[in-house]
Design a protein around this ligand. Sequence first.
Ligand code: SF4
Length: 177
Amino acid sequence: MLESGKILLHVCCAPCATSCVERLLENRRHVVLFYSNSNIDTHEEYDKRLQYIRQLALTFKVPLLIDPYDHDEWLQRIAGLEDEPEKGPRCVKCFDYSLKQTAAKALETGIEAFTTTLSVSPHKKSQVIFNVGQRYHGFENWNFKKLDGFKRSLELSKQLDLYRQAYCGCEFSKRTS
Ligand code: SF4
């Protein structure tokens, strides 16, 4: 793993990103945020999460890149898996969608490394995310759950008064939340 240098951080939402950004900055990485969330069920919710990510970028003084929202394309990618439970194969496809977008953005911008905030969530298995990420050049397997990463994300989100959504993102995750 590189100990310095730029890293593109795929960001699912501002609360999850807090402790991930803090951890990477502590490790002297130059963080660039990448908001790529075509999995989110409505444009309104996508925009709401983006609003707080903009706030986070200003707080940590890091640049933010934004992937255009395309939920129809995401739905095509997970077609046939709509009824799968959370943590199942639909989520693996969803991780692949976001990490492929992030790998492409890293290549386009000349950033050699990338990772994702997804690993901070206690609802997601880090190893499953890493298995997907390793399909793409430049992926670094940061396990942001370690060192109480999720607990720290709760503390920072409270301090910064960030919006914390009640469901993962897609319409299918609403059934189980
Ligand atoms: S539950 Fe979350 S990770 Fe799984 S497919 Fe839906 S948005 Fe993606």
